[in-house]
Design a binder for this molecule. Structure first.
Ligand SMILES: C[S@@+](CC[C@H](N)C(=O)[O-])C[C@H]1O[C@@H](n2cnc3c(N)ncnc32)[C@H](O)[C@@H]1O
Length: 208
């Protein structure tokens, strides 16, 4: 088996371990594939010294896509709730600044590192499993930290789009951002998914 095959098998085991430990925080049974991860990463600037943060990186599907895109001067952070996934990410991606914490505390976690604004937020969070209050809190935090001209991306599984939770979250995105673009379906992902690309936050957690 090629080296990459070993690596992905190891990542799959780490991911499944997290699903077993905390099914209600995962929302997927396999990591996002490279096609979806690559699409989510497209909002990250390729020049200058951008600051980019991932929410719920899991085993690092989007991390890899971001690393191959970000310029040398970039600052790349990730906020992950699960301690074992944090340990995995720190070994697998030494250049990534992995914060063991809750995306609901995003603004404070970044401020602790001297960061007030970021150019892009890329989310792998399982929104459909969150109560609406938590969805609102996290989107408000994203609104707090996103720089003017910055972008937020996340995704939803196509088979779940007609369900109440997914529809409510889609409506919440429109309440929270001036622009929400729904991408084409990424059929190459398991399961197929659409991306949401959001700009110009309308809602902030710490308005004022
Ligand atoms: C479906 S997995 C996505 C992993 C990866 N982004 C992907 O696309 O394969 C969801 C991830 O979000 C993390 N997570 C869930 N709730 C979180 C929270 N409140 N703050 C930070 N991470 C969270 C989980 O531990 C898990 O790693």
């Amino acid at each position: 088996m090629p080296v990459d095959g070993h690596k992905s098998l190891h990542e799959l085991k780490v991911f499944l371990g997290a699903v077993r430990r905390r099914p209600s925080a995962m929302g997927a049974i396999v990591p996002s594939g490279p096609a979806l991860a690559g699409m989510l990463a497209l909002v990250a600037p390729t020049t200058g010294e951008p600051v980019v943060v991932e929410l719920g990186p899991g085993t690092g599907a989007a991390t890899r896509a971001l690393r191959s895109r970000l310029p040398a001067g970039a600052r790349h952070l990730a906020v992950e709730l699960d301690g074992e996934l944090v340990d995995h990410l720190r070994v697998a991606h030494p250049a990534l600044d992995v914060i063991h914490g809750d995306a609901a505390d995003l603004a404070k976690l970044l401020l602790d590192r001297g960061i007030e604004q970021v150019d892009a937020v890329i989310s792998g969070l399982p929104w459909a499993l969150f109560p609406e209050s938590l969805q609102r809190t996290i989107l408000g935090q994203v609104g707090d930290v996103l720089a003017p001209g910055g972008a937020f991306t996340t995704f939803a599984y196509v088979h779940a789009l007609p369900l109440g939770n997914a529809r409510r979250f889609r409506a919440l995105l429109s309440d929270s951002f001036d622009e929400v673009i729904v991408t084409r379906v990424v059929w190459a992902n398991v399961p197929p998914a659409v991306g949401y690309i959001c700009r110009r936050p309308l809602v902030r957690a710490n308005a004022g």
